[in-house]
Design a protein around this ligand. Structure first.
Ligand code: SAM
Length: 203
């Protein structure tokens, strides 16, 4: 185990309990949860710890240092229901996994190009069965407006850092999810003006 590879994301420590409360009731007792953009891996470990041993987690991230962190957190946890992290670019037409019962993606959509969001919903539609859950978490605009001044300031900061990084319109994400075969989302208000967005594959 390489403890020094473990990264610490303060936001993950802050939001993981609130996310878990919303996600947990929708998880099956057994099966595979694919996490896209796992980052440090702290969410993966928290969710795997709260789940039964028969619900297995597949973390992923395109970034090698993130994957090392995920694997280090998983090793330190001692949990047997976490697979080794895989290199998965949401934007890719082919994902290195054939199927999953749930796809979770936390705080990626606003901090990557739009092609990642399009790839995410198309990829999730490929790997999920009918009725499968795509769970998103992050900040969104709704009805063409920011939902809070803090989100507007965050959006401006993102755009300064990279013009392709933008707080997305929830309706735009729902549109492409609908085209990919998902129904209308269920939405939960979360702390710090974030949303949990739950899509079910209908087609
Ligand atoms: C802000 S971090 C969020 C990490 C973690 N989900 C969390 O909430 O702590 C964004 C993550 O998205 C990943 N990412 C960026 N573009 C991606 C893509 N096209 N496909 C998958 N992951 C991507 C980055 O490598 C990074 O780990």
């Amino acid at each position: 185990m390489n403890d020094s590879a473990r990264q610490y994301a303060p936001s993950a420590a802050r939001n993981r309990d609130a996310i878990w409360e919303v996600l947990r009731p929708h998880l099956p007792a057994h099966g595979l949860v694919l996490e896209v953009a796992s980052g440090s891996g702290e969410h993966t470990v928290h969710f795997a710890w709260g789940s039964g041993a028969k619900l297995v987690y597949q973390p992923s991230d395109p970034d090698q240092l993130a994957r090392a962190s995920i694997d280090a957190w998983a090793a330190a946890s001692g949990l047997a229901n976490i697979r080794s992290a895989i290199a998965l670019d949401a934007a890719a037409d082919i994902w290195p996994i054939e199927g999953a019962d749930v796809v979770v993606c936390i705080n990626m959509i606003h901090i990557s190009p739009w092609s990642s969001t399009v790839g995410l919903v198309r990829g999730a539609a490929r790997v999920l069965p009918t009725g499968g859950l795509l769970f998103l978490y992050g900040p969104y605009r709704q009805k063409g407006r920011h939902t809070a001044p803090s989100n507007e300031a965050f959006d401006q900061d993102l755009r300064r850092r990279n013009p392709a990084w933008v707080v997305r319109d929830l309706e735009g994400v729902a549109d492409i999810a609908g085209e990919a075969g998902f129904g209308s989302p269920a939405i939960a208000q979360m702390p710090a003006n974030n949303l949990a967005v739950l899509f079910r594959r209908t087609a």
